[in-house]
Design a protein around this ligand. Sequence first.
Ligand SMILES: Cc1cc2nc3c(=O)[nH]c(=O)nc-3n(C[C@H](O)[C@H](O)[C@H](O)COP(=O)(O)OP(=O)(O)OC[C@H]3O[C@@H](n4cnc5c(N)ncnc54)[C@H](O)[C@@H]3O)c2cc1C
Length: 380
Amino acid sequence: MSQPRNAVQEMTNKVFPVLEQCAGATDAAGAWPTRSIQALRDSGLLGLTLPKEVGGQGAGMADFVKVTEKIALRCGSTAMIYLMHVCGAQVIAASPSPKKSDLMKQMAAGKALATLAFSESGSRSHFWAPVSKAARNSTSTVLNCEKSFVTSAGQADYYVVSSGAINGKSPVHSTLYLVEKGAPGITYGNWNGMGLRGNASGPMTIAGCHVDDASRLTAEGEGFKALMDTVLPWFQIGNAAVSIGIADAAATAAATHAANTHFEHLGQSIAESLPGVRARLARMRIAVDSARAYLNQTVDKISSGAPDVMLFVLGSKALAAETALNVTDEAMRACGGAAFNRSLSVERNFRDARAASIMAPTTDVLYDFIGKAVTGLPLF
Ligand SMILES: Cc1cc2nc3c(=O)[nH]c(=O)nc-3n(C[C@H](O)[C@H](O)[C@H](O)COP(=O)(O)OP(=O)(O)OC[C@H]3O[C@@H](n4cnc5c(N)ncnc54)[C@H](O)[C@@H]3O)c2cc1C
């Protein structure tokens, strides 16, 4: 993998040792990764993709993908928190809100962590169709939403919240709002996930929460456009990078285990002794590198505005999520009981990898979209 630019590399060099130290304990305790997130805040990486004028790094998707993959290689939970932050930051940066300049400065300075609160209990993984409805009084908009999963719930400083538009005529008439941590009417539920256990991806209830006009992040009813134009590409490629990082961690750990663990009675390592394990390791390596190549091609297509870019944007998350499921399963088998009894990080990778395929748009939905696209049908 090529290295990110030098300034970014300096930032990551400060963060990676902390992630390596904390990832296992974060998972075991199912606890918010306080030290890892503080390291991210201190490093400047929260402003990676924000403009230099607000103190950000002005980096594009290529650097974002590299950094996110390398975070996921070390800690899946932290990588998903980072991905959600960057998606939230991109929505805020693209918004017409008069608050955005100050907010971007806060994020670049590490003082503000953002996230997305889209999925609702009513429309489940169909995040593009919130069932909640915003209402209007004389001075503000009132939000009432049951959000089913929100990464960094109760921990993030800012929430990009979707809601059915005021007087919206269809489920895709939505509006995006900025809601601050601690705003009246917000409560957070618990998170006890199978994987990504440090994520705090619990439910969030927003009941009678008043937001001013400056907190509207899209024009009324234009939320769907922001979801498609901004959130979809950043989330898809970032989620793919998380899956590839997790899969690479498992492939690398399995190869290290096979090379350094011995059958004493044969005088050989597992790798020397077992061609079947060598073949598994080969399949894993090819799968990880192929998914990465597809993702890099997607990023190139986004920057060049290639006509078939949407197919690749949809495909990159689906391919990476499937790859992560397959590779972490192969890694569990290659490492045998050593992985099963949790003496290796492979079983954490196996559990963490399972989230991507059910995070919206889920892999099933992506296959349906891609099937529609290649047969000339409209996606919605
Ligand atoms: C770790 C984690 C973190 C998350 N973080 C966030 C967050 O920060 N913000 C946020 O908004 N959401 C977040 N989510 C929610 C996520 O994006 C999905 O909305 C959620 O996982 C869907 O779960 P569900 O039980 O509602 O799925 P359901 O919608 O009930 O889906 C059940 C099954 O049906 C399939 N299915 C659904 N629709 C179709 C279709 N049209 N065609 C074919 N198959 C279909 C799905 O693929 C799935 O296999 C997170 C989820 C997880 C697991």
